[in-house]
Design a protein around this ligand. Sequence first.
Ligand SMILES: NC(=O)c1ccc[n+]([C@@H]2O[C@H](COP(=O)([O-])OP(=O)(O)OC[C@H]3O[C@@H](n4cnc5c(N)ncnc54)[C@H](O)[C@@H]3O)[C@@H](O)[C@H]2O)c1
Length: 443
Amino acid sequence: MNICVIGAGYVGLVTAACFAEVGNTVVCVDNDGEKIRQLCAGHVPLFEPGLDQLVRDNAERGRLHFTGDLARGVAHGEVIFIAVGTPPREDGAADLRNVLGAARAVGELMDGPRVIAAKSTAPPGSAEKVREEIARALESRGAAPSFSVVSNPEFLKQGAAVEDFMRPDRIIIGAREEDRGAVEVMRALYAPFNRNRERLLVMDTASAELTKYAANAMLAARISCMNEIANLAECAGADIESVRAGVGADPRIGYAFIYPGCGYGGSCLPKDVRALRRAARDAGAESKLLDAVEAVNDAQRSKPVEKARAHFGELRGKCFALWGLAFKPDTDDMREAPSRAVMEELWRHGAAVRAFDPAATARARELYGERGDLALFEDDPYRALEGADGLIVVTEWRALRAADPARIKERMRGDVLIDARNIYDPAAIRAAGLVYYGIGRAA
Ligand SMILES: NC(=O)c1ccc[n+]([C@@H]2O[C@H](COP(=O)([O-])OP(=O)(O)OC[C@H]3O[C@@H](n4cnc5c(N)ncnc54)[C@H](O)[C@@H]3O)[C@@H](O)[C@H]2O)c1
């Protein structure tokens, strides 16, 4: 099939590459000229395991093309995916300008029947707005090609995005009754990813849109619940890691997304929880649980620096090594990363930061520029320790899990380790002569 994907970000690029991989011909369009220039030159401008190779292979085979020219994409794609960003607005709502702008442009350009699949995360009612926008654009130029809009929310996880897209838990298609033909087109398109059991769920568009938010709300709630219990564990002299093991063993609960830490971050959970709260308020519904989920998360982001302040008192003039900048391992994404809250709070208290991350230092440079109180390292985590009074572990990169406590002690000026992801054994850290603070573990 000929496909157009609008948006070459974490979702759009993975979608484009995976559909190309199974034999479709894909034109991927982005309005960021620099991104397209890099992609055309064979460079993938974001870090996602396996994506580089997939993009290169399919571009070489002539199945994956990149352009800034939307007209080319719209002329090519029988199915057009809208996978542009839906960043948070000031009031928390999802900003639909990119989505509706893309929809309008599709309406202005299309010259034959099309299926438009709204993949961006957007609140219930958004696919309907996309339909109206396209219809208005067609009407204003007196054109009448038929089109259908379906909602097709994406559930991939950054860090395992290719794997998730290739082997999805579920494929959700939201459509109106009269767009059943478009559902069959989507079913055919997703057939290569839907092989050993039926994963495709068809529902109305508002339900499809809400399913995406509900999933992220549920995941965020699990994390906040565990963080709240972690804080209680500290007061009660309990160890949250024992509690986690005991709770996760219940098959009704399971082990996923119950890790205590310094809060959830990234490009999805924070903004989607906020957008759902806003959508609830706008609809006259309540969001008491989501309000609490977000409040717990906001407070949790301050925990590492609270612990540093409790230990040192004054932080002015102190220097902290930070291990991990990306919002989670295996990505370079720093959108709403907990590391940012930690660094910004340290700076506010007059401390300096030496940060290590194997993938995200370029992003950190984009965000913070060159500043005197930030040094960045991407090859050797131990270099970040030089002259540091304490180490704060923020992202649980695999390469940090087996760090050598003796070497940490030797390279640091100070002796404090704040393990904001509970990846280390406190006894082993203390045996090396370090002072250990975890999350939800009695000091
Ligand atoms: N990142 C994730 O893990 C993830 C997972 C599931 C769903 N989502 C959702 O998918 C959507 C995209 O997320 P992302 O992380 O890929 O965002 P992103 O910021 O990485 O990518 C969005 C891309 O769209 C481009 N763009 C914006 N407006 C455009 C337009 N009018 N025409 C062409 N290109 C345009 C931008 O230049 C950018 O490259 C969001 O709604 C997000 O909530 C993201």
